[in-house]
Design a binder for this molecule. Sequence first.
Ligand code: SF4
Length: 336
Amino acid sequence: MNLFVPNIAYIDPKSLEYEVGRAAKENLIKLNVPIVQSRKVSIEGKTPTENYAKAKKTIYLTVSREKKLRPCSPSADYQFALSSSCPGHCEYCYLQTTQGEKPFMRVFVNIDEILKVIQEHIDINLPNITTFECGSITDPVALEHLTGNLKRCIEFFGESEKGRLRVITKFDNVDSFLDLNHNNHTKFRFSINTKYIIDKFEHNTSSFNERIEAARKIANAGYPIGFIIAPIMIYDNWKVDYKELLDRLKYQLGDYKREITFELIQHRFTATAKELILTRFPKTKLDLDEEARQLKWGPYGKFKYVYPKEKSNEIKGYIIGIIKENFNNALIEYFT
Ligand code: SF4
C-alpha cells in the first residue's frame, strides 16, 4: 500500500536535538507535509468523529521518557514503544479506549536512549533471555519510513546475545528489513484475517494480499515468523473464509520449513469500547450485541463481552483444525 503521509506534523523542538528527529523532519519536508514546531498538538474538530479523523492524520515528533518498561504477557517479557497510535482505522481497535478522543501519533526520535533502557532490562535479567514486544500501543511498521527506528532495533537485537524482539504489524512496507543482519533474534508476526474482515473493518491498513506477500518476503529473508489471527469473528461464511485464509498462507509459505507460530484471539468488546466505536463509526457492521455474548472478567479490571463458551469452543476447534491441516510446522501459542 502507499506509505502513510500525515496531513500535518508537529515537532517538539527537543526532538531536533536528535539525529532521527532531524532526519524525520527532512523526510516530512520532502513529502510536503506542513510542519508546526511546538510543544503541544492542537486538533480542533467540531465533533468527536472529526477529532478522531484529524488525529489519525497528525503526527508529533517527540522524545520517549519511558525508563521502566511494562510487562507484556502473554507475548513477551516487556513492551516498549517507538510510537503510539497508528494510521490505521480499525473499527474494533483495542486502543480505541486508551488513547483519548484525539489519538494522534507520537513518533519517538531518541532511539539510542530507548535502546539503552532495553539493554538495562536485558542486563537485569541475565543470564536469561529477555523478550520485548514493540507493537502494544502502535503499529511499529506503519511509520517506519519516517524514522528508520525499527531497522535500528532489529540490528540492535541482531547483535544482542540475550535480547529478543517481537514485531507485530498490519502493514506491508517491509523491504527495508530484508537485508538486515537479524540473526534470528527478531520475530515478525503479521496480524491477518479474512478478506471480509480486513475490507470491512480494518480501514487504511494493508490488504489481505499485501500482508500475505509481506509475510512471504520476511519468511524468505530468514526471519522467524508467526501470525496473529485476530479478531476472529463469526459471520455468514466465516468457516469458508478462514479456510481460504489458511489455504492462501500455505500456498505462499509452502517452502518455509521452520516453526510458524499462531496466536488466536476471538472478537471481544467492553461496554466503553462499544460506546466509542458507535460514536466514531456510526454505521459499523461490527457485531456488538451484548445479548449474544457472555461476560468475562478481563485482566485490565473491566468486563468484556466474548462469544459464549459453546461458540468459542467451536471457533477454537475449527481454526486450530485448519491450521494443523495446512501446517505441520505450526505451533499454537494461545487461543483467548
Ligand atoms: S493497525 Fe493495529 S493499532 Fe492500528 S488501528 Fe488497526 S488494530 Fe489499532
